[in-house]
Design a binder for this molecule. Structure first.
Ligand SMILES: [Zn+2]
Length: 206
């Protein structure tokens, strides 16, 4: 849609908002006009939160979850079961699983899924770090909790090949419940149950 702006500054702001996922030009204009009506303090608080986040946010050195600290609260907690690692795509999955309060182990955040179509290969993810993490650690089980998509399946199979020689159980969360969907959208009860009823991963040939 082509909009005729009365101000270049307004147009620039609308274009920036329009780059956000799910935000069209109309919504972008509405948001920008809303911000324009706010006090300077309110707008500062808004832009400052984004600046601060970009400036200071970290990825946990152990699990790669988004964190304010070098080591995230989950990895640092003495309450967590260090013998189980749940492998997920991103921080939204950690949040979804944490909300179920069913899982007391640790996480490993891959930072995406293998997707040749999008040019994302294993080296773009934190898979090598997971392998290093398992080396010599007291881990009994790795639960792979990735979305039931083609990219998810490709990534599971790749992970399985990387991990199969470690003396650990490899399990996946029950599929079907999240079929074609993404992990974050599965309701918490179902997700919690699927973690409790996870199944050993077996590679089926053909
Ligand atoms: Zn961590």
């Amino acid at each position: 849609m082509c909009m005729n702006f009365s101000s270049k500054l307004l147009e620039n702001a609308v274009n920036e908002f329009g780059k956000l996922p799910g935000v069209g030009q109309k919504t972008a204009l509405r948001l920008v006009l809303h911000l324009l009506k706010q006090t300077k303090e309110e707008t500062f608080s808004f832009t400052n939160s984004i600046d601060q986040m970009k400036e200071h946010i970290k990825h946990c050195k152990v699990c790669f979850n988004i964190s304010d600290l070098e080591i995230c609260e989950i990895c640092a907690s003495p309450q967590r079961d260090r013998s189980i690692i749940c492998v997920v795509e991103d921080t939204r999955d950690v949040m979804a699983i944490e909300n179920t309060e069913q899982f007391k182990g640790l996480y490993h955040v891959l930072g995406g899924l293998i997707s040749p179509m999008d040019g994302i290969g294993p080296a773009d993810l934190t898979i090598e770090s997971l392998v290093q993490r398992l080396d010599g650690a007291d881990v009994n089980e790795v639960i792979i909790a990735l979305s039931a998509t083609m990219e998810g399946d490709t990534t599971i199979f790749y992970l399985y090949r990387k991990l199969k020689d470690f003396p650990i159980h490899i399990s996946t969360i029950a599929r079907g419940i999240a079929f074609g969907g993404e992990l974050e959208y599965v309701d918490e009860l179902t997700l919690g149950r699927s973690i409790m009823t996870r199944v050993p991963y077996e590679h089926k040939i053909g």
